[in-house]
Design a protein. Structure first.
Length: 213
């Protein structure tokens, strides 16, 4: 095992053991036991970077084990076996733990501690990444920085420019695959007609044509 792989393994162990949002939170304490959920390897060329785990993922400990995951894999043209091959695909949400729900039953925003504590170190330890799928506005704002638009709509409309940027890894913004975005998808047919074919082509190039040892 080389030094970079060993360092990544140590970092992943530290993240999965993290209890910062319970023991020393930056805001309100997490109301339940932490269970950080992420997948990463030094050979992954593609990363799915979303918001935070939901209730089903909190129970399973495996990312996107829900209807949103089914839709995301359909968008990507991937089987579950391909998607969960962490040698090829990293899954790094903005918040690693399920953040809890608000009074109306919606998921709270991702915990801010995760990105502040871990993200810069983690992405530095993923040297092979060529493309980040930034799913939802929280991930888009972090990964695109000043290049993100003032709204999800504005960021999504600029997807071609974001994908062409010279900074590596490149970033392709996606809406969250939740049913709550069905209305947005109906209002924006270009997403399926124009963006998804490009997404699937990128996935084939980065994942299916790569055979990491």
């Amino acid at each position: 095992m080389n030094a970079s792989v060993s360092e990544l393994d140590s970092l992943l162990r530290a993240i999965r053991a993290c209890r910062h949002c319970v023991e020393t939170p930056s805001g309100a304490k997490l109301s339940h036991e932490p269970r950080p959920v992420l997948r990463a390897s030094a050979t992954a060329r593609l990363a799915v970077c979303s918001q935070a785990p939901g209730t089903r993922v909190y129970r399973s400990g495996i990312p996107f084990t829900d209807a949103s995951g089914d839709r995301l894999r359909d968008w990507m043209g991937m089987s579950p076996q391909e998607f969960y091959d962490e040698r090829r695909v990293a899954v790094v949400p903005m918040g690693f733990c399920f953040p809890g729900q608000d009074a109306k039953g919606g998921d709270l925003p991702p915990r801010s501690e995760c990105a502040a504590l871990w993200h810069e170190r983690l992405f530095t330890a993923l040297p092979q990444l060529e493309l980040i799928l930034a799913v939802g506005s929280y991930a888009q704002n972090w990964h695109l920085g000043d290049e993100a638009g003032p709204s999800l709509q504005a960021t999504m409309l600029g997807w071609r420019q974001h994908l062409k940027r010279k900074t590596q890894p490149r970033v392709l913004p996606l809406p969250h695959p939740s049913w709550r975005n069905n209305g947005w998808l109906r209002r924006n047919p270009w997403f399926e007609e124009e963006l998804l074919p490009v997404l699937r082509r990128e996935v084939r190039r980065l994942v299916r044509q790569t055979r990491p040892s």
